[in-house]
Design a protein. Structure first.
Lengths: 559, 367
């Protein structure tokens, strides 16, 4: 839990002098330096982790070493400035986005108050425009005539240790959520800029353990938790017992690493391990069993999430490569992906380009409804919410909505599915069909304007709790609004990081609101063949009203 | 701000002095030609330079529902899936500043309570500024074209529709000055914008303001020899420039400032004029899973940790747990070849049970 008590924090965010509360810093931002103290930085990566990752991808993670962030000696390589500038030069040549975004910002300030970290901290360097200027100033100072000649008048500067510290601070206070990019008149995407900055930081060996260790785990064991194959299987199977206890039905359709299955199902690994992800997982299994899907889960490719995407494009590609590799080995027809945010950013916008074309797969076709997922014709991977929405639309699910009557639900659009994919309607369609009480949060806080949980891109670590609670404030505040107005008690989402981070966020700001995945609510409402009289939900919670099974049936009426 | 202001003053003084000592040809012909050449060449160079860098990934910012199932309504403008839908998005972006139109203003109140209000002033004045600029440039074409095309006459007619004063007042002149003033004032008054602004933000504003003021002075207040000007400007356009009389300092100041703006343009943030067309988050279709996108520098040598290495490391556990394996266990397993990938990331993560060794604060430990 956060160091600062919520009562104190509630006052701090409103009263303390900051750019959000009307106070303007006296010092120019180029003259103000950062100070690291416990609570405002993530721990650096362990030497052994960097060693391991460097074996697979030499030269991208810097010199493996033990170092501390608060020290003035980060044990950087002697030529670290050169490495950064050379890295920048290369990336300017490789990414048009980077080059254009360095050049065309007019500093209109439209993005300034769009960032959740700025809204929660009021720190000027959390304005997306200024975050970008941290990098842009070095770009100007080294790659543009004006910056080289005029120096600080043209806001150009040299790459110094102080600048590096600033980068480490503020590019780890950006969750690459892209909200600012929606409002930018030129579509400048701070996520792209943060990605570049993090690539550069990793080049000189400045990375955080909470990102690199899960990445190493994903590479070796298949999932970020480091669950080995047997443990992964046991955890998943353990949940079958819970399902049986709640529904009275023993599911037999769950298999692992099975060749010849029609569909490979890839989930964020936390869904087999962590509350409340496990309930989402139970929901997946119930849906598949209900419709008789021929699927298998891989222990080798047991992580949908991609911690590589928080470091550099190379590691992102390497980790993501497992999905297609495993689909090929198992001989499945297509891939189905669970509820996970940045996994879907990678799957939707990067996978086919990096690791495709997957010509050994077929265009996904739901064996239950016959629907061909034309929108996945090239990448051959379908989102769980697309799959489920199609099932509901075709009346393939027997649903008793009243089993979710104890839930008054709102929906949190996760950053990546909304702004890096455009999946807004499917989850809502599902929710409207599996629960009777669904209320939207205010329009400036949902859909393409949704607020990040405050802890994405590998910031979901305990040592920066205060910061996370501040960054998550805009999201929590919108939930509070519907809690007070409609009595909302359940915040649903389609992201595994959300399921972990929103839980902490709700505990802090709105303790009466729970967090769940969409599939959990579907699982609650599903009327399974041969089930016992259901009086509990998947969490063993009492249902509000216990209805006769099958009474309401599927009452989907179309749009 | 100070530097930017002084720079514009310096430009004015230089032009004024130049006209006093009779450098008419330099300021009326040489500099405009040079500036235009720099503008054109620089602009093209910058755009080509951007274009030289590839677009490795298709990364549109999706601001609406994507194309998915047939019965789900796609937001074709905010989440385009085809070329023509992208054209639609871009047209709205370029001609209507659609993204800026979405602007909001956030405030924090006791509670804490965050509220988001609509904030369209920047959009309104930004749009007014750019359109007035365009119309003014088009109106100036009268000076370079002989005979004057009818369409320019029409623009002038509508611009002076209210028939106020003589010469007739152009509304765009007024709105333009108001818009520039607004853009300047918001830069100074809004703390967030003030904090991020520097010389490169103020200089174009001061420069454009000075251009507008000198232009207005010339049209409404200070007499200049219009016939001689037209002779010069048409001469410039036909590459046979000549200055046949005394035009007046104000004209040379105006022209020099415009020359400065043109020459400055390619090296500045004003290049957003070209950049807005080049932005990969806006000019790409969100058809990522539908159509293959190729990254020219994709490295085929980056391969995932292989299944074979994975199974080699965990085969025993897998067999025990009833997981299918590719290679059965041999009674006396030979030591596996130690490939680099099978190295354990860290001693502690290799321990059993692995889950408990997950990094602190993984989602797994949240509950």
């Amino acid at each position: 839990m956060a160091d600062t008590k919520v009562d104190q924090m509630s006052v701090n965010v409103v009263k303390e002098p900051s750019l959000m509360t009307g106070a303007v810093p006296r010092k120019d931002w180029m003259d103000s330096t950062v100070t690291f103290k416990p609570g405002n930085y993530c721990y650096p990566a362990k030497k052994s982790i960097v060693e391991y990752l460097s074996k697979g991808l030499p030269g991208l993670f810097g010199e493996p070493r033990e170092w501390t962030v608060e020290s003035d000696d980060w044990k950087l390589p002697e030529n670290w400035v050169e490495i950064i500038l050379q890295g920048m030069r290369e990336r300017l040549d490789k990414f048009r986005s980077f080059k254009v975004f360095m050049d065309i910002c007019v500093r209109c300030g439209a993005c300034a108050d769009k960032c959740h970290f700025f809204l929660g901290t009021g720190d000027p360097k959390n304005m997306p425009v200024l975050r970008a200027e941290l990098l842009r100033s070095v770009y100007r100072g080294n790659f543009t005539k004006a910056g080289k000649i005029l120096g600080s008048i043209a806001r150009g500067r040299e790459m110094t240790f102080e600048v590096l510290k600033e980068w480490f601070m503020y590019f780890y206070q950006c969750t690459e959520c892209r909200r600012c990019s929606v409002f930018c008149p030129y579509g400048i995407d701070t996520a792209e800029i943060t990605m570049m900055a993090r690539e550069l930081l990793h080049l000189v060996g400045v990375g955080t353990n909470w990102i690199l260790e899960p990445a190493a785990n994903s590479n070796r064991t298949g999932n970020h938790l480091g669950l080995q194959p047997h443990t992964f299987k046991e955890n998943a199977e353990f949940l079958l017992d819970d399902i049986e206890e709640v529904t009275g039905v023993r599911l037999n359709s769950l298999t692992f690493n099975r060749k010849g299955a029609e569909v490979l199902f890839v989930i964020p690994s936390a869904d087999v391990f962590a509350d409340p992800g496990i309930f989402t997982f139970m929901g997946y299994l119930l849906i598949f069993d209900h419709v008789g899907l021929d699927y298998t889960i891989s222990t080798y490719s047991s992580e949908g999430g991609n911690f590589g995407s928080f470091t550099n494009n190379e590691l992102m590609k390497k980790l993501n490569g497992k999905m297609y590799a495993e689909a090929k080995r198992l001989g499945v027809k297509w891939i189905l992906g669970g509820e996970c945010g940045h996994m879907w950013r990678v799957v939707h916008q990067y996978m086919e380009t990096m690791n495709g074309p997957p010509d050994f797969l077929e265009i996904p076709k739901s064996p239950i409804t016959g629907t061909v997922f034309e929108n996945a014709a090239a990448a051959k991977m379908v989102h769980m919410s697309e799959f489920t929405a199609d099932l509901i639309k075709n009346n393939k699910l027997k649903i008793d909505k009243s089993r979710n009557d104890h839930r008054i639900v709102t929906f949190h659009d996760s950053c990546n599915p909304s702004r890096g994919m455009g999946m807004l309607e499917e989850p809502r369609y599902i929710l409207q069909n599996v629960c009777n009480n669904f209320h939207e949060m205010p329009e400036n806080t949902i859909r393409e304007q949704t607020f990040c949980c405050g802890s994405g891109t590998g910031l979901n670590t305990g040592e920066i709790m205060d910061l996370r609670m501040r960054g998550g404030l805009p999201r929590a505040n919108a939930v509070k609004y519907v809690e007070e107005k409609h009595g909302v008690n359940m915040l649903s989402c389609i992201c595994a990081i959300d399921r972990a981070t929103l839980l902490a966020l709700m505990e802090y700001w709105n303790p009466n609101v729970g967090v769940c995945g969409i599939s959990e609510l579907v699982g609650n409402a599903l009327i399974m063949d041969g089930e016992k009289e259901r009086d509990q939900d998947l969490r063993f919670g009492e249902l509000l009203v216990t209805k006769e099974a099958g009474e309401s049936g599927n009452n989907e009426e179309g749009e | 701000m100070k530097h930017a202001f002084l720079a514009v003053i310096a430009l004015i003084v230089i032009a004024w002095l130049g006209s006093l000592v009779g450098l008419d040809y330099l300021f009326g012909v040489v500099f405009p030609y040079l500036a235009f050449a720099v503008f054109l060449g620089g602009f093209i160079y910058r755009v080509l330079n951007w274009a030289k860098s590839p677009v490795p990934f298709r990364i549109p910012t999706t601001s609406g529902q994507e194309k998915s199932l047939d019965w789900v309504k796609q937001d074709k403008l905010d989440c385009p899936a085809t070329f023509w839908q992208v054209v639609g998005r871009m047209l709205l972006e370029v001609f209507a500043f659609r993204s800026l139109f979405k602007n909001t203003k956030a405030e924090i109140h006791d509670g804490p309570k965050l509220v988001y209000g609509s904030s369209k002033w920047l959009w309104l004045f930004g749009l007014a500024f750019h359109y007035c600029f365009l119309i003014i440039v088009l109106r100036h074409m009268r000076l370079f074209l002989n005979p004057v095309p009818g369409v320019i006459g029409k623009i002038e007619f509508f611009d002076g529709l209210f028939q106020i004063g003589a010469p007739v007042l152009y509304q765009t002149d007024l709105i333009f000055v108001a818009a520039v003033t607004f853009l300047f004032l918001r830069r100074v008054i809004i703390p967030q914008v003030r904090y991020i602004s520097f010389a490169a933000d103020y200089f174009p504003l001061f420069l454009i303001f000075a251009i507008a003021v000198t232009g207005i002075l010339m049209r409404y207040f200070i007499r200049v020899d219009v016939v001689t000007i037209k002779q010069l400007t048409v001469g410039l356009a036909t590459f046979s420039p000549s200055i046949s009389g005394d035009i007046g300092s104000i004209f040379y100041i105006h022209v020099f400032l415009v020359s400065a703006l043109m020459a400055y343009f390619p090296f500045s943030k004003l290049m957003h004029l070209g950049g807005v067309f080049m932005s990969p988050t806006r000019n790409l279709a969100n058809n990522n899973r539908m159509v293959r996108h190729v990254n020219p520098w994709n490295d085929p040598n980056i391969k995932p940790h292989s299944y074979a290495d994975y199974e080699d490391e965990f085969r025993e556990f897998m067999v025990d747990a009833g997981l299918p394996v590719e290679k059965e266990l041999t009674p006396e397993p030979e030591p596996e070849p130690e490939t680099e990938e099978t190295e354990k990331p860290a001693a502690d993560t290799a321990a059993e049970p692995a889950a408990e060794e997950a990094p602190a604060e993984t989602p797994a430990e949240k509950e």
